[in-house]
Ligand binder design. Structure first.
Ligand SMILES: [Zn+2]
Ligand SMILES: [Zn+2]
Length: 127
């Protein structure tokens, strides 16, 4: 099962945040592959797209998929989730803060695939 990650945090930063925690689940302490790790948003992740992401280190938890599922399915309270933040090491907090506060690079469009570009052009021709 997949859960929405914080919509305001770019995936590349999510990955760095996971690495910053040492790929260790903040609930059970298990170390797993970074690719399998989840970043959970405390409270409602809903309409936060475009929100400033600096300071969001207090709004997210790095969890293994099992704990992540538990948090959602057992309806772990927001307060309980926030309590987990107090176990986060100061250097990890620092690192996540740094990841979130660096200015975002402007969007660079991917290189144009010639074949796709060509078929787009032919599509535009009147027929
Ligand atoms: Zn876990
Ligand atoms: Zn979640």
């Amino acid at each position: 099962m997949t859960f929405l990650i914080h919509p305001a945090i770019p995936p590349v930063r999510i990955k760095r945040i996971i690495l910053a925690t040492g790929c260790r689940c903040e609930l059970c302490g298990k170390e797993i592959l970074a690719a399998d790790m989840d970043v959970h948003t405390i409270g409602a992740a809903g309409d936060k797209t475009g929100e400033a992401i600096a300071g969001l280190e207090r709004e997210i938890l790095v969890l293994c998929p099992r704990c992540h599922q538990d948090v959602h399915e057992q309806g772990t309270g927001e307060e309980e989730q926030r309590a987990l933040l107090s176990f986060r090491k100061p250097e990890v907090i620092q690192e996540i803060r740094k990841i979130l506060s660096t200015k975002q690079k402007p969007y660079v469009p991917p290189e144009v695939d010639l074949e796709t570009a060509y078929s787009d052009v032919t599509d535009l021709r009147p027929h």
